[in-house]
Design a protein around this ligand. Sequence first.
Ligand SMILES: Nc1ncnc2c1ncn2[C@@H]1O[C@H](COP(=O)(O)OP(=O)(O)OP(=O)(O)O)[C@@H](O)[C@H]1O
Ligand SMILES: [Mg+2]
Length: 235
Amino acid sequence: MLEIDALEVAYGSIHALHGITLRVTKGSIVTLVGSNGAGKSTTLRAISGLVRASKGSIRFEGKDITHCKSHEIVALGLAHVPEGRMIFTNLTVLENLRMGAYLRRDKRAIAQDLEFVLETFPRLRERLTQQAGTMSGGEQQMLAIGRALMGRPSCLMLDEPSLGIAPILVKTIFEKIIQVNRDLGLTVLLVEQNANLALEVSHYGYVLETGRILLEDRSENLRSNPAVQAAYLGA
Ligand SMILES: Nc1ncnc2c1ncn2[C@@H]1O[C@H](COP(=O)(O)OP(=O)(O)OP(=O)(O)O)[C@@H](O)[C@H]1O
Ligand SMILES: [Mg+2]
């Protein structure tokens, strides 16, 4: 579904990605793990057209999107929930969710998807008229994911959904990620510093270090790899 080849990205003179190649198979959950500054967020930003590739290519469902604009990429069905969530804090929960469907005109399907999101995240239903910025970090993360789902993406990219969130909500959020992957067949590209969790829920993983892919394998193999355990799993 996503094919990234020899991708290079630089911020001025800082080379963030030195040629990374990765694949995300349709229907799978793939994770990128790595420490601070490894280039995880940059990879997602490049895929969604927020930063430009200086070399390499990005294809989504066979289409070359390397030079596409962000809004074109969203319209193709690739949603990005960035680090720090970026919800509209002054709008209500319901208004935020409706914003997620702004490209769509199919009122009935939108209503069905809203119902699906509220069933998936009952907390959001309880807080529909609440101002989004007054919710807890974990609730805001659920809203950000819910809003992305309202665009009916075929691929969802999540940047550190566990960051700064109470453990109990982290567990809920990861269960929901598994659920939408299983029930909707939604493809997920997950970026996490919490490698333990990420490798537990994903099928395949890439380990990134200073802009390069160090290792890739089925997630269960990465979890049992002594080098990964020592460097990323706190073993
Ligand atoms: N806007 C920017 N301008 C300059 N350098 C940047 C910018 N954004 C990121 N970088 C640099 O690019 C490299 C990769 O950053 P990136 O944010 O992709 O890392 P990350 O793996 O997501 O890290 P973290 O786990 O801390 O979120 C880092 O060295 C970072 O300092
Ligand atoms: Mg990051």
